[in-house]
Design a protein around this ligand. Structure first.
Ligand SMILES: [Zn+2]
Length: 592
């Protein structure tokens, strides 16, 4: 039960209705009890956790303002801000609609099956009143009579289906709690005493909810114990996973008390199937990743994110730490939770190493620069991305690996202890790279500034082979796949299409270009149709000369191409490697 005063609408109060399912329109009525003279309002241009300017205001329409029975003039100041010519102190009501047709976790969606929204897409920010309590009514319509509502917002007066009133301590919290509407599966469990809910929409009847709950609970318990030991207190009192299964798609967005996840329907665990499919392992990694963010980025966070500026890019050089280290631990905690074995862990690690080795951009961009440039590079990938940039997820995870293995080899501390000490030192708040350096110095008994300068602020190669060898894992060069031998990234469904041409490779020298469709090859005077790069072996044998037949802009081109000979398997700088355990005792100590 809640007291009547607590259930009252706050000074900033929204009423949101899934008004027109087929037109994908939410309607919003925002009441500001005490507006300022010339009250300003705006919609965020980005959503924290996803570093791209998305201009959510492009979906907002029919904005009107009234005080009492009088319409009030409003002036649009720029792409996302409005000023209202209102009388101060007397209640102001704004009404508008938002078109919700983005299936990702970052915006809003509404159709006959389902609704979903982030407050950053639907809730105008009332300037000057952001720190106040906000309330939100979610209204049903006759078309949504069978639907339910779920959100991590505090429910203060809701019906059994979850429609009704919710509250947020401030605007930040309001837009950090997405809302799901529709018909969905819900399961519950406790992890270290903390109530968790898992909501799944879009699943098929074969979905094994109990298995997903049991495995997710192991992930949560492993993460809580990682940060706080067996008896420590986690920073959240409850947690909600909002998982949406689609035909094709993958992604997640972290929040303080919940996460919004998208997975392929085929990745969900199925009844009468005990083995973890590759797709299901991918889903568990996503769950592990977003849950680890509950600590690492939502609380422990870059000093630049101490308070978000929703009107523009928020730059930080530290995404290699917050995304990369989270990526290191998402897999490691799955291993520690017993959800994957050593062989699977090493296969996933090998994949990450190959991804880095096959990215020419690692020699141009440091992982700190990649973090800073996320807004125009990582989130806006194109055919040149692999040549000019490096992923702060992939390289950041491998920096974490190098740091952890170096600390473990020296024997004074581990990265686990460094993470916990950072948490304690910052009280779960903003940090800088200097804080990390200072802690490393204290715990490891020597400075690590040189390593961080090399690994994070230069493009030097990481010392992966030596460090892995010291922990019972051998890294072996493998013969490159055709894509690496040619220097290409391709798609092979419905024909062979070139996505990008890697810097300095054979394909670039021959003049192949992104967007080309590779139709066939001529070898020693004979022409052959190809649909997949692997077919090359059939026609080329041990030869190295061919002519590529490609279609580009409606024309057919013949491009002579000379392949590099198969490189020596002990090449100094291989671009394809595999990992194997050579000392299970040493590996076991690292896996913890
Ligand atoms: Zn992440």
């Amino acid at each position: 039960m809640s007291s009547p005063s607590k259930a009252q609408a706050a000074d900033v109060h929204y009423r949101i209705a899934p008004a027109d399912l087929h037109a994908h329109l939410f309607t919003v009525a925002l009441t500001v009890a005490r507006p300022a003279a010339g009250q300003e309002l705006s919609l965020p241009v980005w959503i924290p956790g996803s570093y791209l300017i998305r201009e959510f205001s492009r979906n907002l329409q029919a904005l009107k303002a009234r005080q009492g029975r009088h319409e009030v003039a409003l002036t649009q100041l720029d792409k996302h801000r409005w000023q209202i010519g209102c009388t101060p102190g007397s209640p102001l009501e704004l009404t508008y609609a938002v078109c919700a047709y983005d299936r990702s976790v970052r915006s809003a969606w509404l159709d006959a099956d389902r609704g979903f929204f982030n407050g950053s897409s639907l809730c105008l920010r009332v300037h000057g009143q952001e720190k106040q309590r906000h309330t939100l009514d979610i209204a049903g319509t006759s078309a949504t009579a069978q639907w339910s509502v779920a959100t991590a917002l505090e429910a203060i007066a809701t019906d059994p289906r979850g429609f009704g009133r919710y509250a947020a301590a401030d605007y930040d919290e309001l837009i950090d709690c997405p809302v799901e509407l529709g018909i969905f599966w819900v399961g519950r469990f406790k992890a270290c005493g903390i109530p968790h809910q898992m909501l799944v929409s879009g699943a098929t009847p074969a979905f094994d909810g109990q298995r997903l709950l049991a495995d997710t609970r192991k992930i949560c318990e492993t993460a809580i114990r990682f940060w706080h030991g067996p008896r420590g207190a986690a920073p959240h009192r409850r947690y909600l996973f909002m998982l949406h299964a689609v035909a094709e798609g993958y992604g997640g967005l972290e929040h303080r008390n919940c996460s919004a996840l998208t997975c392929g329907r085929a990745d969900l665990p199925r009844r009468q199937e005990s083995r973890a499919s590759e797709g299901y392992t991918t889903l568990l990694r996503l769950i592990s990743h977003e849950y680890f963010h509950t600590w690492n980025v939502k609380r422990l966070r870059p000093a630049e994110f101490a308070s978000y500026d929703y009107s523009r890019e928020n730059y930080t050089e530290l995404l290699w730490f917050f995304e990369g280290f989270t990526s290191y631990y998402d897999d490691l905690l799955l291993r520690r939770a017993g959800l994957i074995d050593d062989a699977t862990y090493l296969r996933l690690l090998g994949k990450a190493i190959n991804q880095l080795l096959q990215t020419p951009g690692r020699t141009l961009q440091t992982v700190a620069q990649a973090s800073f440039d996320a807004w125009v590079k990582y989130y806006r990938q194109d055919e040149n991305t692999a040549n000019a940039t490096v992923s702060y997820y992939t390289k950041g995870a491998l920096v974490a690996l190098c740091l952890d293995l170096t600390l473990r080899r020296e024997g004074r501390t581990t990265l686990d202890e460094v993470m916990r000490a950072l948490w304690a030192r910052s009280a779960g708040g903003p940090i800088t790279q200097a804080d990390l350096c200072a802690l490393l110095h204290t715990l490891a008994g020597r400075p690590f500034d040189e390593e961080l300068a090399q690994w994070v602020h230069s493009t030097a190669e990481l010392p992966l082979a030596d460090l892995l060898a010291a922990h019972g894992v051998s890294l072996k060069a493998e013969p490159p796949q055709w894509a690496q031998r040619l220097g290409l990234r391709v798609t092979e469904n419905h024909g062979l299409h070139i996505k990008s041409v890697l810097r300095g490779g054979a394909a670039e020298k021959a003049g192949l270009a992104a967007g080309d469709e590779w139709l066939g090859v001529q070898v020693q005077g004979q022409g052959w149709r190809i649909r997949q790069l692997d077919e090359m072996a059939l026609y080329l044998g041990s030869g190295t000369a061919l002519t590529a037949l490609v279609a580009r802009d409606g024309r057919l081109l013949q491009l002579p191409l000379e392949l590099p000979r198969q490189p020596n398997r002990r090449a100094a700088a291989p671009d394809t490697v595999s990992l194997s355990a050579t000392d299970t005792v040493a590996l076991g100590r690292w896996m913890g």
